[in-house]
Design a protein around this ligand. Structure first.
Ligand code: TMP
Ligand code: MG
Length: 262
């Protein structure tokens, strides 16, 4: 099976020198939120994102600060009474972009009937819309994320369930992924992420014997390289493509094809 983070892992970090929006940032659209809210969310990003990626701070130190960040942003979004029926248009008009080679990646996993678990601390409703609009929301795709809870008139009133942030994916994996029947009995895992927190995404999936981890190092390269090389099996520096994961899948699945032919 493949377990992947979403923002900045399946989506690009930057394109033509401009940052590509995360699922939270896609919501920064006048159809959905007003200027004042947008300003507050950007200020929070400028305060907390440097902490999220700071190689000099421990995860224990970052944990309560991430909860603070996510909680404040979600509160602001709820106050805006976001309408469900406008999400698709906001995604369409955003500069959201999956990594080059994404179609080969999603399509090959579907053809080979390999489950793809996307595990994201972003916003699930927006994530689904991004992959739907790119025509890769295939039946083998399973998602764990922060989903919006809408009232009967389709207005955002809360977020569902336990909060997922960058550094509690282990808890999310244990409570959600462990219950997914489709993930049982698959001992070989390919894990993709861009944060050290993503390394815990397979913790809820019992029985895995072999795990190959790929880390996209998008930002603060010099400061984080050593830590990433120590933590992931493969580290891709400033690589906006799916070339390496696709090459690995091609290698594995073509040997499966050969076995089936034999
Ligand atoms: P991921 O788990 O799919 O990578 O999503 C989490 C990313 O979302 C994380 O790296 C930080 C980012 N983020 C924003 O860009 N804006 C926000 O307001 C919040 C709360 C998170
Ligand atoms: Mg990410």
């Amino acid at each position: 099976m493949v377990i992947s983070d979403f923002d900045m892992t399946l989506t690009r970090f930057a394109h033509n020198g401009k940052r590509v929006p995360t699922t939270h940032n896609i919501l920064d659209h006048r159809l959905l939120i007003d200027e004042d809210c947008s300003k507050k969310i950007r200020e929070l990003l400028n305060t907390y994102y440097p902490i999220e990626i700071d190689a000099g701070r421990t995860v224990e130190d970052k944990l309560p600060l991430m909860v603070e960040w996510w909680t404040q942003v979600h509160e602001l979004l709820i106050q805006q009474r976001i309408r469900k029926d406008l999400l698709a248009q906001a995604v369409k008009e955003s500069s959201a972009m999956l990594r080059e080679g994404y179609k080969v990646f999603f399509d090959r996993l579907t053809e080979q009937q390999v489950p793809l678990l996307i595990f994201s601390a972003g916003v699930g409703d927006v994530l689904e819309e991004v992959i739907r609009q790119n025509n890769v929301f295939h039946p083998n795709v399973h998602i764990i994320s922060n989903y919006m809870d809408f009232d009967q008139t389709g207005v955002l009133r809360a977020f569902q369930g336990q909060l997922n942030h960058t550094f509690n994916k282990r808890e999310g994996a244990l409570s959600h992924a462990s219950g997914l029947r489709v993930l049982q009995g698959r001992p070989n895992v390919l894990l993709l992420g861009d944060s050290l927190g993503d390394l815990t995404m397979a913790d809820g999936v019992s029985e895995h014997q072999n795990i190959l981890t790929i880390g996209f190092l998008n930002d603060q390269m010099d400061e984080r390289k050593e830590l990433y090389v120590k933590s992931f099996d493969v580290v891709l520096v400033k690589d906006e493509t799916m070339e390496v994961p696709n090459a690995i899948l091609k290698y594995i699945t073509s040997s499966t094809d050969n076995k089936l032919d034999a």
